[in-house]
Design a binder for this molecule. Structure first.
Ligand SMILES: Nc1nc2c(c(=O)[nH]1)N[C@@H](CN(C=O)c1ccc(C(=O)N[C@@H](CCC(=O)O)C(=O)O)cc1)CN2
Length: 293
């Protein structure tokens, strides 16, 4: 078997084109959505991701507000910029790029984000609303994974999803999204304390690998026909991405999301969707019963 591709680049392009129409509609009502980003430090990967987010904004007509601080910035300085973004009327939604430098209390920073402007779905109020099944920004990577599966016709209802990695941006929240009634998957979350990872992977219809451990998902761990999404990012000596999924998995799986070109572009597209939806809520043109995907 050679797996079909879950094409994140093409799917993200389709979502961005739909969002461009919604942005034009908002602008016709006098509302211009604006994405703010706060980047602290000089991590090359983070710089690349933030630059990509602003390129996407330009494509769909969203205004960009870019704030940067050096790696030596204090907790107080970071919090001051977050407060400024809360107050800035041109910024209708924003993110604090993660990870923050060592020594910074990330939880305290995220707590300060105005919930109405949380474009990442990672602030405590948004995550609480996800638990309560209330309308709020959804975490971009889990929601991007869901949209990628849906737009390729991969069934989630009744499927067994096994997630590898308990990080903040994927593992911690994906189970909350995928166990919603309208998604209806059964979710297993694996991490470094999991005793038999292979056994957990072999039962999965859908695997999301987000551990940052090169090739931790091997062909022999995958049920034939399963959908396998690679979110892990490690780099080799030349700076090339090495994912969590061994290339041989494509011979066993039914669907594979490549890395790069799979979940990454979807994360960015769903970020823009959150920004547009927040602006629509602020403009009073969004049905608050609308949900994911
Ligand atoms: N505030 C946040 N910080 C981080 C998040 C997040 O959702 N919110 N997730 C990750 C990084 N991330 C988003 O910021 C992200 C990762 C990957 C991509 C992407 O487009 N990747 C490309 C490859 C780019 C490359 O060559 O390096 C791809 O997969 O094709 C975008 C965003 C951690 N931080």
């Amino acid at each position: 078997m050679t797996a079909q591709i879950l094409d994140g680049k093409a799917t993200a392009a389709a979502i961005k084109s739909e969002l461009a129409t919604r942005v034009a509609e908002l602008k016709s009502r006098g509302v211009t959505p604006g994405l703010g980003t706060l980047l602290v430090g000089d991590d090359v990967g983070s710089q690349k991701y933030v630059a990509g987010k602003h390129r996407d904004c330009a494509q769909v007509g969203i205004a960009s507000i870019q704030r940067e601080l050096p790696a030596t910035a204090t907790q107080e300085k970071i919090e001051a910029v977050v407060r400024e973004l809360n107050e800035d009327p041109a910024c209708t939604g924003y993110i604090v790029q993660l990870p923050l430098p060592k020594g910074i209390d990330t939880g305290r920073v995220l707590e300060l984000i105005d919930p109405a402007k949380d474009a990442d779905g990672l602030a405590p109020m948004s995550l609480g609303k996800l638990v309560l099944n209330q309308e709020a920004a959804l975490p971009c990577t889990p929601n991007g994974i869901l949209a990628l599966l849906r737009r390729h016709g991969v069934e989630t209802k009744g499927a067994h999803l096994t997630v590898v990695g308990r990080g903040m941006t994927v593992g911690r929240s994906i189970g909350l999204l995928f166990t919603r009634r309208e998604v209806n998957a059964t979710v297993t979350l694996c991490h470094t304390g999991t005793r038999d990872l292979s056994a957990q992977l072999r039962q999965a219809d859908i695997i999301v690998a987000a551990a940052g451990a090169p090739h931790i998902v091997r062909p022999e761990d995958v049920k034939p026909g399963a959908a396998v999404l690679d979110v892990g990012v490690s780099r080799d000596e030349s700076g090339k991405i090495v994912g969590d999924v061994h290339p041989g998995v494509a011979e066993v799986a039914g669907w594979v999301a490549p890395n790069p070109g799979g979940v990454g572009p979807m994360t960015r597209a769903l970020l823009l969707q959150n920004v547009v939806e927040a602006a629509e809520r602020q403009a009073g043109v969004r049905d608050t019963a609308d949900h994911a995907g």
